[in-house]
Design a protein around this ligand. Structure first.
Ligand SMILES: [Zn+2]
Length: 139
């Protein structure tokens, strides 16, 4: 039932691990897709607990998933849909996820390297293929 509304009670169930696994997965997915729900999670948490309740702290505690490397790459290319792009931005900037920040830095560097030496790499490939074809022709 992916379209069941997510109410405050749903969030409470999610936080207390009281939802069936499929429903919990759907709720987590919804939180990822709708950053506003994360604020509700933080609010419910604040009202039912007395620990640290910043959105970032809740995010860490609940271990909401990091985007995949591919998704981070899509974020750099700005081809994610708006909601997921907002999630990635919040995850990296608001939560300050060092793992994803490192992945983004790595992807940026790879992109920079991929643009510059492309012609050099193509030349090398052409040179090495020339050798292969020469061998083939000889036989
Ligand atoms: Zn992350």
């Amino acid at each position: 039932m992916p379209d069941q509304p997510i109410t405050r009670a749903t969030i409470e169930g999610y936080l207390h691990d009281a939802l069936p696994p499929e429903r919990a997965a759907a709720v987590e997915k919804a939180i990822r897709e709708r950053p506003a729900l994360l604020a509700l999670v933080a609010q419910v948490r604040q009202e039912t607990d007395h620990g640290e309740h910043s959105i970032g702290a809740v995010w860490w505690r609940e271990r909401l998933s990091c985007p995949t490397r591919e998704q981070l790459s899509m974020a750099l290319e700005e081809i994610l849909d708006d909601d997921f792009a907002a999630y990635v931005t919040a995850h990296v900037k608001l939560v300050g996820c060092h793992v994803c920040q490192a992945t983004l830095d790595d992807l940026r560097q790879l992109r920079a390297e991929a643009v510059a030496p492309r012609t050099e790499r193509r030349r090398r490939i052409v040179d090495s293929s020339a050798g292969v074809f020469r061998d083939v022709t000889v036989r």
